[in-house]
Design a protein around this ligand. Structure first.
Ligand code: SF4
Length: 395
């Protein structure tokens, strides 16, 4: 049994995808509403990958005719943002969904791209769940994520819990549901999907617990609370609460001469986390404002460093060759790196031809500083600090 709904990927004010943010910082949704929403190239690629993923599910679960499937897929593959790795990754998503479906003794109910109503818990809210599977008392809610920048774990994930609440509301009268399983397939980050489970009773209790917070967020009330959730907020560059926190290093850090201690270094690093990317982003915003005629006190736009380019590359190189310049001088031949080749060849071919034949070896990454609560284990090899990073503090 399969249901398909081509739901518009519109967004509610209190969207499920933004829940992690507005549950922590309740006034953020109304603040975001006042700011322009620009879609990044990564987001556009994500939309394309979702469309391909949906098409593949339709073929398998709703009998989309092969001819139509091939024609649609060809169209997507001709898209300027298409990357061959998308095929690979959406295959991994399809394989995972099939593996879940095969765990059921009889074919479960499958809904693809289902719009779910979240308004019992969050005012005027709705969302679109990539895939919902129900059978034998179990509800599965599965989401595909195309991004590679930020890993999104399924554990206690507010977006997934909201989708599950919406799916429960839509289908629990038809199908009894006791267990809820959520999974995020993010092939650019993890080889295996991230999974998490909760009982239906606990999920419903969580839904009740967020009602007052959602009401506050809908009204735009509450305190501005900064945190890692700010990274996805439209207001992140100019939000006063965030700017004041980022700049509080100078005011509050106990910088007592002559040298700061390692405890103080830890404190300064924690307080200043994100300051470099924020400054760069804020500068870009200010430049855009000045260029459109606005006034940013104390700043102006100037001409940046110029560059040289060929008036006509083909003509220029033809001319050089006629003048006796060797082709080897004109072109640089560089081998693709393993990640670039994996993207070109697809994961499967790359693995067969290079990994399984021992032509690619994995090397551990260089040590990088991370907060103490980072999920990765601490780097074990001790390096003398002066070898890696110069003179230690206080030496
Ligand atoms: S940047 Fe952070 S603190 Fe400011 S509104 Fe957005 S989520 Fe809230």
């Amino acid at each position: 049994m399969t249901e398909i709904a081509h739901a518009e990927r519109a967004h509610a004010l209190l969207s499920a995808s933004g829940a992690h943010r507005w549950l922590h910082c309740t006034p953020s949704a109304r603040l975001e509403e006042t700011l322009p929403d620009t879609e990044s190239e990564a987001a556009k690629k994500g939309t394309l990958a979702h469309e391909i993923a949906e098409l593949k599910l339709q073929k398998v679960f709703s009998g989309l005719p092969t001819r139509k499937y091939n024609a649609e897929l060809k169209k997507y593959k001709a898209h300027e943002l298409y990357e061959s790795i998308m095929d690979d990754h959406t295959d991994a998503y399809l394989d995972y969904i099939q593996s879940i479906v095969h765990t059921f003794p009889t074919p479960p109910f499958v809904a693809i791209e289902r719009k779910v109503d979240l308004s019992d818990y969050v005012p005027e809210s709705f969302g679109t769940s990539d895939c919902i599977i129900i059978g034998a008392g179990k509800l599965y809610v599965i989401d595909y994520k195309n991004g590679q920048g930020v890993p999104v774990p399924a554990e206690d994930n507010s977006q997934m819990k909201l989708y599950a609440l919406g799916a429960f509301k839509a289908f629990s009268l038809l199908f009894p549901i006791q267990e809820v399983h959520v999974a995020i397939v993010q092939p650019k980050v993890w080889d295996q999907p991230s999974e998490w489970s909760i009982s239906a009773a606990d999920l419903l209790a969580w839904g009740e617990s967020i009602k007052p917070i959602a009401a506050k967020a809908f009204a735009g009330e509450g305190e501005y609370v900064i945190g890692e959730h700010c990274g996805f907020c439209r207001a992140r560059d100019t939000c006063r609460a965030r700017v004041e926190q980022l700049l509080s290093v100078e005011d509050k850090a106990p910088l007592k001469p002559p040298l700061i201690s390692w405890d103080e270094v830890g404190d300064v690093l924690r307080r200043a986390d994100g300051i470099v990317s924020w400054y760069k982003s804020l500068k870009e915003k200010a430049l855009a404002e000045v260029l459109k005629g606005g006034d940013v006190s104390g700043w102006k736009a100037v001409e940046g460093r110029g560059s040289r380019e060929y008036a006509d590359l083909d003509k220029a190189f033809k001319h050089l060759k006629e003048k006796g310049i060797e082709e080897a001088v004109l072109y640089e031949r560089k081998p693709l790196t393993p990640p670039q080749l994996e993207k070109e060849l697809t994961k499967k071919v790359y693995k067969e031809l290079l990994e399984e034949t021992g032509h690619v070896i994995s090397k551990p990454g260089a040590p990088t500083l991370a907060p103490a609560d980072d999920k990765r284990p601490a780097f074990s090899d001790k390096v003398k600090p002066e070898d890696a990073f110069g003179e230690p503090i206080g030496s």
